[in-house]
Ligand binder design. Structure first.
Ligand SMILES: CC(C)(COP(=O)(O)OP(=O)(O)OC[C@H]1O[C@@H](n2cnc3c(N)ncnc32)[C@H](O)[C@@H]1OP(=O)(O)O)[C@@H](O)C(=O)NCCC(=O)NCCS
Length: 342
């Protein structure tokens, strides 16, 4: 996590909001903002990867595939995966970027799981990292979305379950479940820069007929109208999330002949504490079966699950043999779950 803590009260210097409003609606007390120039999405991913690789007992040169999930890449292209490969002096291995927003890490893990299960790779680095602070409208105009997001990174190393002594069948990732519904793609989205030219929405997103050819991707007019920031219909996202989160968790449990009471630890994507509480209630889970840390970090999108997984493990809340469920929902909409035996 970046060192720089930004409390709800710190946001008052940019916008009209309050600590009370933010805490009551989202459960967030503070978030981290990356150092403007010294930390990028990739460098935070590198720091998280160093810890994951060390804990896996290997060296960066033993990694044979990189999957990097983010919606806030260092460059529009190429992706963060190759920047990480360069920064960590890895071999000339494959590097894949996943752009599935809040469910990016679950999608990335599912991809990695398939490569492990086919035997194609032995050490896969899966990273989720975000530097949201560079792309938020931190004025009152953007307050419904900008108070939610924070920066940070997390990473895991995936290996076959028979990779070392003590590893046994029935451990590791049991199954993954991925979904999408593009019907509401514009409800939580950042349109620009992009090639859409208003094709998908009747809403006036820039005036592409008047724009000079060279300006179409990103124009001064877009910036003047604040169309270079993400937008969100918060209540609509909330309504869909509280249906899809429990649904995809039950799907994972059912696929493995299990039920909610079998879960030792549910790590939901940290979208909003109220969403996590709703899911907990719906599945009738005890407090000790659900891990939340959104109060400290806000919503870190693709990074939230690996950060929470790491903290839960460091706090001794995930033990050998535990049934762990990861679940995410976000922009797209896309959602998914991972059920694993630790
Ligand atoms: C964003 C969210 C917290 C907003 O809460 P809400 O109760 O739905 O609030 P609304 O958007 O309906 O706005 C309620 C009022 O608060 C105001 N408001 C919005 N943001 C505010 C802020 N940061 N500070 C103070 N007031 C704010 C609005 O202007 C509105 O005022 P009005 O009633 O006078 O028009 C909530 O909808 C949410 O969490 N949705 C899910 C979002 C999410 O998880 N996104 C990540 C994707 S995984």
């Amino acid at each position: 996590m970046p060192q720089n803590k930004v409390t709800n009260n710190d946001l008052l210097k940019y916008m009209d909001t309050s600590d009370e409003w933010i805490q009551e609606r989202t459960g967030i007390k503070e978030r981290r903002f990356a150092h403007r120039t010294k930390e990028t999405t990739t460098t935070m991913g590198v720091e998280a990867s160093k810890i994951a690789i060390e804990r896996a007992g290997i060296i960066p040169q033993e990694i044979d595939f990189i999957i990097f999930a983010t919606l806030s890449p260092d460059y529009y292209f190429p992706g963060c995966g190759v920047l990480l490969q360069r920064a960590m002096k890895m071999k000339e291995i494959g590097a894949l970027d996943v752009r599935n927003q809040c469910s990016g890490f679950v999608y990335a893990l599912s991809i990695g799981d398939q490569f492990i299960k086919t035997g194609m790779y032995k050490n896969i680095l899966v990273v989720g990292s975000e530097k949201h602070s560079f792309g938020l409208d931190l004025t009152t105009r953007g307050r419904n979305i900008s108070v939610i997001f924070g920066d940070g990174a997390g990473a895991v190393v995936l290996q076959p379950t028979d990779a070392g002594p003590g590893d046994a069948p029935g451990k590791g990732i049991l199954s993954t479940h991925l979904h999408s519904d593009g019907e509401s793609a514009e409800i939580l989205a950042m349109f620009n820069p992009g090639t859409h030219a208003n094709h998908w929405t009747s809403e006036a997103v820039a005036d592409f007929n008047k724009t000079e050819v060279a300006d179409m991707f990103m124009s001064h007019a877009m910036i003047d109208k604040a169309q270079n920031f993400p937008n969100m219909d918060g209540p609509a996202v909330f309504k869909k999330a509280v249906v899809k989160f429990p649904e995809v968790i039950i799907e994972a449990l059912t696929a493995n002949g299990l039920k909610p009471s079998d879960i030792d630890m549910l790590i939901p994507h940290q979208a909003n504490l109220r969403i996590a509480q709703f899911v907990q209630q719906k599945l009738r889970l005890r407090d000790d079966q659900v891990f939340n840390n959104i109060d400290k970090y806000g919503n870190t999108t693709a990074a939230s699950i690996p950060i929470a997984l790491c903290e839960a493990w460091e706090q001794g809340k995930i033990k050998e043999g535990d049934l762990v469920c990861l679940a995410a929902f976000g922009s797209g909409f896309t959602w998914g779950s991972v059920l694993l035996r630790w």
